[in-house]
Ligand binder design. Structure first.
Ligand code: N2P
Length: 367
């Protein structure tokens, strides 16, 4: 699985330095705020070559960060990439403008089934189109797991991270959890046999208690650090996002130092999420925003991104250009029986959001 070298060139600072200062309202600029480790720089360069529009690109690694910026207003961003459940309540808060479909002819390439799933958060897909989608599962160091549980052990259960006795056996080689209440609490509820879409405070409390019971074995909570740590053997288990774990596997293979990483969607099921491209209502360059989104939806461009970041996309016309090994990997483009086992997020109202924020602080800090 050798991919393009020099992945680190795609980090925020490198791109911002290369591409200029943020927030400019000029005819030849588009200001993009996206997740870290989520694009190949070549795509941005190609966009500029073809359109003359310079890309000012900055990154975040949590929906909470993006949301805080959006709700504060006047972000200067033209394109942002919220996860669909967050986008739903941001739409309600008036943060986004409707997309102008006349400027998005490449919308025709999007898979109707996946777009319909996204439409449950944004009726008619009025404000967003799917950038990439994925799952929240378990990344692991193949050899460290085999050493501790035997060669035949399969990482197919959340027990590895949610059963105190099992996680205790990998604590020495390093376990990382996402610092994301909206990923972690539903995962814990699902493991407990509760409805992962529940908003019942008692269910959140049960999930928090489960997470607290394993927290002593967790080295850190973070949304992006685990990629390099899995890749260089600093940690051996991470609850993480599909493509990010595969990028870790890819980097590990490139480094060729005997670290082998893989990703599992456990049998109990996992969250399937959709990251959406959307345009803030006060975007300084609305036309360029549409040009950028339309460019990303070009099948060859979407395929190039998936081939680099190992996330599934919703662009049906791109799939014939996606590397065979990615397209046929059941943990990236899952077959129907795995899809049937996935659940989606629900959009939390303000009250639920405050509750989970409080519980999450308790889980992370122990108070
Ligand atoms: C990209 C992570 C995006 C997944 N590195 C979470 N929506």
């Amino acid at each position: 699985m050798m991919k393009t070298p020099n992945r680190t060139a795609a980090t925020a600072s490198a791109m911002v330095l290369a591409l200029g200062a943020t927030g400019a309202a000029q005819a030849d600029v588009v200001n993009v705020f996206n997740w870290s480790d989520y694009i190949t720089e070549e795509v941005l360069e190609q966009f500029t070559e073809e359109t003359g529009i310079r890309v000012v690109y900055d990154v975040y690694d949590s929906n909470d960060t993006l949301e805080a910026r959006l709700l504060a207003g006047a972000t200067g961003f033209d394109v942002v990439v919220p996860t669909a459940d967050f986008m739903q309540r941001q739409i309600a808060a008036g943060v986004y403008q409707p997309l102008n479909r006349d400027l998005l002819p490449n919308m025709e390439h999007m898979d109707p089934g996946l777009m319909a799933q996204a439409a449950s958060f944004d009726p008619g897909n009025e404000h967003g189109t799917i950038y990439m989608w994925g799952t929240t599962g378990i990344g692991y160091n193949i050899d460290a797991i085999a050493e501790r549980f035997g060669e035949d052990f399969e990482v197919d259960t959340w027990s590895l991270v949610f059963d105190p006795e099992m996680i205790a056996q990998v604590a020495d080689c390093g376990v990382a959890f996402l610092d994301s209440a909206t990923d972690m609490l539903p995962a814990a509820m699902n493991y407990l046999g509760l409805d992962p879409q529940s908003t019942d405070p008692a269910d959140f409390e049960a999930a928090a208690e489960l997470l607290e019971s394993v927290r002593p074995h967790v080295r850190y909570f973070h949304n992006s650090q685990y990629i390099s740590d899995l890749a260089n053997g600093e940690i051996c288990v991470a609850i993480g996002w599909s493509g990010d774990v595969f990028q870790a596997a890819d980097r590990a293979e490139e480094a060729d130092r005997g670290v082998n990483v893989w990703y599992s969607i456990p049998d109990e099921g996992a969250m399937q999420w959709f990251d959406m491209m959307a345009i803030p209502v006060d975007a300084p360059n609305t036309e360029n925003a549409h040009a950028f989104i339309n460019f990303i939806m070009r099948p060859d461009i979407t395929a190039a991104i998936t081939n680099y970041v190992w996330y599934a996309n919703a662009n049906a016309s791109s799939w014939e250009m996606v590397d065979e090994e990615i397209l046929t990997d059941p943990a990236i483009f899952p077959p129907q029986e795995v899809l049937d086992n996935l659940f989606t997020a629900v959009t939390y109202d303000g009250r639920t959001d405050r509750l989970i924020t409080r519980l999450w602080t308790r889980v992370r800090t122990g108070q």
